[in-house]
Write a protein that binds this ligand. Structure first.
Ligand SMILES: [Zn+2]
Length: 320
């Protein structure tokens, strides 16, 4: 039976993890799924939990799957295919993974293996499109250009005109992609997949996902490689584990200060779980134009991760 391969790309904070979780949560995948995750200081979907729901996870951490760990990536794919235990592979590249390279790798596999590239998705935060496409065009544009479906996130946060403007800009560089502009909460996972798949095929099953987060500490991406010429060292990440309490107001203030590029570098993404006060834990998501806080279950320690360009880690440590 042909193994379907879905690629979910997206720049930091665009919401690709949220998207994958939504699909699993809404029972879109019923068959045995293997998720290949390549993080860059990003917070992975909790492995233990995925396992409970028959979703196996393979993490590739030492570098980017489109270049420095391309062999690892290839071997992992081969292993999964040869084991014949999985019917669907989900690839979640890091925020700076080059989608064109990853598509190429999968296409090559199609030649000698019973696999088929199914979805090529790029999640794009509509509120950050113009800024990021200018700043980080090498990775960012590459994802948009090579996606067969662009799923816009945070469309509820912009006006119709702003949304239309971003859609037109995307059209300029990708004529063919389906562009999904409906707010995610208004679309079911099955609808999302149906819209994304050419033949509208749907699947069903039972999964539920928790929201337990893990953090990589102070990770630098090793992005040296021979064949292609992109340089992900452009980005770095910083993380801590901390028992400190951060009341909501304090956290909001910290993150408004963190936007000062001169002092801290260009922060594009931050996420974490911390204790806010006695008996209260919160989870937060930061992208430059949005700061979200949710209640969380108590953790054994607080965790914060920050991703960006030219981060001044000393200043960030002092801030937190
Ligand atoms: Zn790469």
């Amino acid at each position: 039976m042909t193994i379907q391969i879905d690629i979910f790309s997206g720049f930091f904070g665009a919401g690709k993890t949220t998207l994958i979780k939504k699909l699993i949560n809404e029972k879109v995948y019923s068959k045995k799924v293997t998720l290949i995750e390549n993080e860059f200081g990003e917070i992975p979907i909790d492995g233990a939990f995925l396992k409970k729901f028959n979703i196996e996870i393979k993490e590739i951490k030492a570098g980017c799957i489109c270049c420095s760990t391309v062999n690892d990536f290839n071997n992992t794919l081969k292993e999964i295919i040869d084991s014949k235990e999985t019917e669907r592979i989900i690839i979640e590249p890091s925020g700076v993974g080059k989608l064109s390279e990853i598509v190429k790798i999968v296409k090559k596999l199609e030649v000698n293996n019973d696999v088929k590239l199914n979805l090529v998705i790029a999640a794009v935060d509509v509120t950050m499109y113009e800024e990021f496409v200018n700043l980080f065009s090498e990775f960012y544009e590459d994802q948009v250009i090579h996606a067969s479906t662009v799923i816009l996130s945070r469309t509820q946060s912009v006006t119709k005109e702003e949304l239309q403007q971003v859609v037109s800009k995307i059209r300029e560089i990708n004529e063919k992609a389906r562009i999904i502009t409906t707010p995610w909460d208004d679309l079911s996972g099955v609808e999302l997949i149906g819209l994304s798949e050419a033949d509208g095929r749907k699947e069903a099953g039972i999964h539920k996902l928790d929201d337990v987060d893990l953090i990589e500490l102070d990770q630098e991406f090793d992005h040296e490689h021979g064949e292609s010429d992109h340089d992900h060292d452009f980005f770095s990440s910083w993380g801590i584990e901390t028992p400190k309490e951060y009341p909501v107001e304090t956290l909001e203030k910290l993150f408004s200060i963190l936007k000062n590029e001169e002092l801290y570098g260009k922060v594009v993404r931050s996420k974490g779980i911390v204790q806010a006060e006695e008996n209260r834990w919160i989870e937060f998501d930061f992208v430059p134009k949005q700061f979200e806080i949710r209640e969380s279950e108590p953790q054994n320690t607080g965790r914060i991760t920050v991703i960006g360009h030219a981060l001044n880690k000393e200043n960030i440590i002092n801030l937190f």
